[in-house]
Design a protein around this ligand. Structure first.
Ligand code: FE2
Length: 344
């Protein structure tokens, strides 16, 4: 009898405890997310998260640098719980401005490959992309291509396009070259590259691919996912461009292809850190990573998820073996250097 009584008390205690826990996560919590990502997939994922947890998402979309400045200005008064931005260079900048707080989660450490997160857990990658060489196969053979370093060869004079040096993707590529080559050599490389530009840098990554098909250039430096996005675009011209050009992963025999991430961190002054962590754990789960992979043609950061078949068709590739933190560390210096070599 006593045993039954003890068991009943124990059960009541457990139910009360569990009830309280559920109450904590299923209350009226709303997470405010500052994000520069503007894709339908992301919205579908937030809706799914709300469906599972009851936690609502208040989304504030803007350009990354504006969100960073806004967080800085708002300080302790910010409503933001999470910041999502593209590029480790920018994530590093946000970290150095003290905008994130470190995260401790075994779930995250299992779901996100070590190479795609901040060394001190201030941010975790959500998606990975490579900055590759895209070429027109009528005028360039894959066997003519080899490395980023080779792009300064006189044979490429007037044949290369990429976007401006104000663009973070190129700043991060530059930062990686500074880490690999040393600053002096990297500057010489950048000078040579600028000399081989077919035109003053302009437009976005897609415009670089379009310049190959219009005959303005032979090689474009751009991110992998734009090829996927153009291939499945509603614009027939973009489909034609993506079907024409070819992707080449440089530095496969040497230092590997430059990669980068979009990532997420919990803001320093978030008051809902448990729920914020739940969202990051959800976004890096197999379910969410599959959505990112299939809809945006980015590489998953979760090792259990396969990339989209288009990316699989390009094959595995060797990545630059440098800490992504490095890109943030060299960001300022990279901008100065690019300015010095007149990379517009
Ligand atoms: Fe992009």
């Amino acid at each position: 009898m006593k045993k039954i009584y003890t068991l009943a008390v124990l059960l009541i205690m457990i139910f009360t405890l569990v009830g309280c826990q559920l109450g904590n996560t299923n209350d009226d919590t709303t997470l405010t997310v500052y994000t520069e990502r503007h894709y339908d997939t992301d919205q579908e994922l937030y809706d799914r998260f709300t469906e599972i947890t009851g936690i609502k998402i208040n989304l504030i979309r803007d350009e990354a640098d504006k969100l960073i400045t806004r967080l800085e200005n708002e300080g302790e008064d910010t409503e933001a719980d999470l910041l999502i931005i593209a590029d480790a260079g920018r994530l590093g900048r946000a970290k150095s401005l003290n905008l994130f707080q470190p995260i401790s989660s075994d779930v995250l450490d299992n779901q996100v490959s070590q190479e795609y997160k901040d060394l001190e857990n201030h941010w975790y990658g959500l998606t990975m992309r490579a900055r590759v060489l895209v070429y027109h196969p009528d005028r360039v053979l894959a066997s003519d291509l080899s490395t980023y370093e080779d792009l300064v060869h006189p044979k490429w004079e007037g044949k290369i396009v990429t976007r401006s040096s104000t663009n973070i993707y190129n700043q991060s590529l530059m930062a990686s070259m500074m880490e690999i080559m040393g600053e002096e050599e990297a500057k010489i490389w950048a000078e040579g590259l600028v000399k081989n530009f077919a035109r003053d840098p302009q437009g976005n990554d897609r415009d670089q691919a379009k310049a190959l098909v219009s005959g303005e250039a032979d090689i474009a430096i751009m991110n992998t996912y734009y090829i996927g996005k153009m291939l499945y675009s509603s614009d027939p011209n973009e489909i034609e461009v993506a079907e024409t050009v070819k992707v080449f992963f440089p530095n496969q025999e040497t230092t590997g292809t430059h990669i980068n991430v979009s990532g997420i961190g919990i803001t320093k002054y978030s008051k809902s850190t448990d729920q914020a962590l739940e969202l990051i754990e959800f976004l890096t789960s197999v379910e969410a990573q599959k959505s990112y992979a299939d809809a945006n043609f980015e590489y998953p950061v979760n090792p259990l998820v396969e990339p989209h078949e288009l990316l699989q068709s390009w094959g595995d590739f060797m990545k630059q073996n440098i800490d992504l933190d490095t890109l943030g560390k060299y960001n300022q210096a990279a901008m100065i250097l690019m300015n010095e070599v007149d990379w517009k």
